[in-house]
Design a protein around this ligand. Structure first.
Ligand SMILES: [Zn+2]
Length: 170
């Protein structure tokens, strides 16, 4: 159970690496279809601010497979969410904490720390993921076009499988 006050009083730091499949909502967004090898790295810390109100700060890092919205080819996104949450009353968030990027957070009753961190991780996913460099767009189609048709005409079901196959050949 999430208890920001108690966690902050203890200066709780959570530093773990866990399989992506344990994060159901994050894993559901992954389009690579093979979440077994993927990990989520969490390093967050609770501490009290100058007035004793709980703060949470840190990083949640993960890799997500998605489709580039420009060329519709597979894209691996390395994402890092950097939550900066303030759990005091909304009007207690001081100007310095606000300037440092802290946001007021009022968790739903019964929410767990993992659910809260998963929310933060989900927020870091771009709405419109595209290859960082536009010249990386469409390379899979180019490579496929350059390939001889495979013997037996086997078709691959997923673009990720095609990509893995190309990487294996290179
Ligand atoms: Zn692209």
């Amino acid at each position: 159970m999430l208890e920001p006050k108690a966690f902050a009083a203890r200066g709780l730091r959570v530093c773990v690496e866990t399989p992506l499949r344990e994060w159901a909502r994050l894993a559901a967004v992954d389009e690579a279809g093979d979440v077994s090898a993927q990990r989520v790295r969490v390093d967050v810390r609770f501490q009290p601010d100058a007035n004793g109100a709980p703060l949470l700060e840190g990083e949640i890092g993960f890799r997500l497979g998605c489709l580039c919205q420009r060329c519709l080819e597979p894209l691996a996104l390395d994402l890092v969410a950097r939550p900066k949450l303030f759990f005091g009353a909304g009007n207690e968030l001081g100007p310095s904490a606000a300037a440092a990027g802290f946001e007021h957070c009022e968790p739903e009753p019964g929410v767990t720390l993992r659910q809260l961190l998963e929310d933060e991780a989900l927020l870091s996913i771009p709405v419109f993921p595209v290859h960082e460099r536009s010249e990386d767009c469409g390379t899979l189609a180019d490579e496929l076009a350059a390939l001889e048709p495979a013997d037996g005409g086997q078709k691959s079901s997923s673009p990720f499988a095609v990509l893995a196959e190309l990487k294996r050949k290179n």
